[in-house]
Design a protein around this ligand. Sequence first.
Ligand code: 5RP
Length: 262
Amino acid sequence: MPADLSPIDKAKFAAAKRAVEFVEDGMKLGLGTGSTAAWMVRCLAERIKDEGLRVTGVPTSTRTAELARQLGVPVTSLDEAKWLDLTIDGADEFDPNLTLIKGGGAALLQEKIVATASDQMIVITDAAKEVAQLGAFPLPVEIIPFGWQTTKALIEEMLVSMDVLDRDVSLRMNGDTPLLTDEANYIVDLHLKRIGNPRQLCLVLNQIPGVVENGLFIDICDIVIIGHGDGHVQVRDINNGTQTDDRIQFAPTDNIFADLGD
Ligand code: 5RP
């Protein structure tokens, strides 16, 4: 483990490494997006190289697809794979029910489709993302560019009757222009501070014309793996109601820490 790796990266690596232990030979896998998911792709590539593990990955973004190809993880489309054994992805926030906010990396649409098409979803995270109630992280909502200001206004109007603390809605930018998702859509971020009823908000958001999908993942995540900078990991299984503690040995081989980009 290089000394210059931050505690947060060590935590992400530990969670990713533990999650990849769930992968079995022949599995079809959903490959999440983000810096934690990138560690998972690296750990998976290590197992493929070291053990001859045979897996097929369905990436949830062009970024993840590029990284997987670069590291020798075989990838295919969801249409080819049809149904997946396991998806491993990061999250921006999770609560005690393992309800998630996702989409900080603007990949929520493909992430939700892929996770929903999987027998099991494991979320890998550091401890800072655990919250008693969701909403400190702005909720990303993917909307189509056509009439986006009207869609934004409809979201703002709808929020008046929702159990939330704040109601600011902002268009996500990439420099001077709206950020475009892999599906060429826009993202609006809902700054709510507290989401009292995620299930209601999720349903109502998706009824607004122009909304493609929102970043609330409800009843999708089965297991969350929380990594810590010292290699300690907690594995929480919502279906079994169990929590186990493990320790990841930081004994990386040479190239897993190369290309630390997201
Ligand atoms: C991308 C996501 C990511 O999983 C989420 O933003 C977490 O990213 P990171 O692991 O970099 O903190 O939802 O759309």
